[in-house]
Design a protein around this ligand. Structure first.
Ligand SMILES: O=c1cc[nH]c(=O)[nH]1
Length: 224
């Protein structure tokens, strides 16, 4: 595995793979979280932890929780529009089993797969700032470090791609982002995909087939 580099900002123990419920590192995101907590006290409203076991071979990195999706339910992509295509694809390729019902108690189980986000807190307008992406990278680094069997990382969108490259200490020129691009980094193989967002799927930037093709390749690589 390439050397993992730590971002700047307050130091946290290397073993801390998920932020504290009241993580203070990004003041704008903490303030937004407080506002939403006051408005929607029944929602999860906290940094969303990774979903799936640390012993998985596959890690999927998304952007950030959606306001009414993962931020409401507490499970990555759960209740978000993007989760419909993601979880259906994972089930089809044997990376999940059960019935995805957009709720964290739907019994869905990931198989040899873990899902995380580049930024763990919901950002206003779904747009984290560069400083917030940099600050939250320590949790991505710790998440990767805590996965001893990790072989494949699917990067959903450019922000996940760029942040994971930095987490792995790789230069952007070594692994340019492109849908379907595959980059080798030591014992890891990185797979780029356009993000399965509502915008990308509704505009045809990403079709279900394009998305499935990425996971078909991961499946084949992991099985050989
Ligand atoms: O990137 C994304 C999009 C929706 N929900 C997530 O958890 N992550």
């Amino acid at each position: 595995m390439p050397t993992l580099t730590r971002g700047s900002g307050p130091r946290v123990p290397t073993s801390l793979t998920d932020p504290d419920r009241d993580c203070p590192f990004c003041p704008r995101l903490a303030e937004f979280r407080s506002e939403v907590r006051a408005r929607e006290p029944g929602w999860f409203n906290a940094p969303v932890p990774s979903f799936g076991g640390a012993d998985a071979s596959l890690l999927i990195v998304g952007l950030a929780p959606g306001l009414q999706g993962a931020n409401r339910t507490g499970r990555p992509f759960t209740g978000d529009y993007a989760g419909d295509l993601l979880y259906a694809t994972l089930i089809d390729y044997g990376f999940a089993q059960g019935h995805y019902q957009a709720r964290p108690d739907d019994g869905l189980q990931l198989i040899d797969c873990r899902i995380s986000n580049a930024v763990r807190c919901v950002p206003p307008q779904n747009k984290p700032l560069p400083l917030e992406i940099n600050t939250c990278r320590r949790f991505l680094i710790a998440t990767i470090e805590a996965m001893p069997k990790l072989r494949a990382i699917v990067l959903l969108g450019r922000i996940a791609h760029d942040s994971t490259l930095k987490a792995l200490g790789l230069r952007a020129a070594q692994a340019p982002f492109g849908h379907g691009a595959v980059h080798d980094a030591g014992r890891l193989r990185l797979y780029d995909s356009y993000h399965c967002s509502r915008y990308n799927t509704n505009t045809g930037v990403l079709t279900p087939k394009m998305f499935r093709d990425v996971f078909a390749r991961v499946r084949t690589d992991l099985d050989t």
